[in-house]
Ligand binder design. Structure first.
Ligand code: SF4
Ligand code: SF4
Length: 159
């Protein structure tokens, strides 16, 4: 008898049709959306920095206050399926964005690999380069602006 081959749920279920648990599991835990962003007043262009929200545990890339994050940090954004078309502000390696745009997950994703080991091996989490926002004066944040190159941060001088 030939065993039936089942496709994983992210290939058969659209993001907007996923259960809350499935939706949550798409987040790869890279921590990139927890980096502070600066916006140009005139062009509205958004720039990432390597400064992490003070509630991010940089080593594990876990939020220290996940259940109450929006009470603790008013600017914290919860991603929901109805914002799919606005995901362009997320880094291009964000798994929500990748799945929305390509209909598949990258081969390093924890749901594919079974753990975060491939992400860690490839340096795809912010733990290698994030700096706590509280350790830098806000007037110096511009010097921490980065651009993403193949998912990795490179210094970016906007002047
Ligand atoms: S950037 Fe995307 S995949 Fe990474 S932690 Fe944020 S929501 Fe999750
Ligand atoms: S409160 Fe938590 S989830 Fe929100 S930006 Fe800060 S670390 Fe990230």
């Amino acid at each position: 008898m030939i065993a039936k081959r089942y496709e994983p749920f992210w290939k058969t279920t659209a993001l907007e049709k996923m259960s809350p648990a499935q939706w949550e599991s798409i987040c790869d835990g890279c921590g990139k959306c927890c980096l502070q962003k600066l916006q140009d007043d005139e062009t509205e262009e958004v720039f990432y920095t390597n400064l992490s929200c003070h509630q991010l545990n940089i080593g594990s890339c876990q939020c220290k206050v996940y259940e109450t994050r929006q009470e603790k940090v008013s600017t914290c954004i919860t991603l929901t399926p109805d914002q799919l078309d606005e995901f362009h502000w997320l880094p291009d390696t964000c798994s929500y964005r990748v799945l929305h745009e390509t209909k598949d997950l990258p081969n390093w994703h924890p749901l594919v690999v079974g753990s975060h080991k491939e992400m860690i091996r490839q340096g795809l989490t912010v733990s290698h380069y994030a700096v706590n926002e509280e350790s830098v004066d806000e007037e110096d944040w511009e010097t921490h602006i980065i651009k993403w190159v193949h998912g990795m941060p490179e210094p970016y001088d906007i002047t």
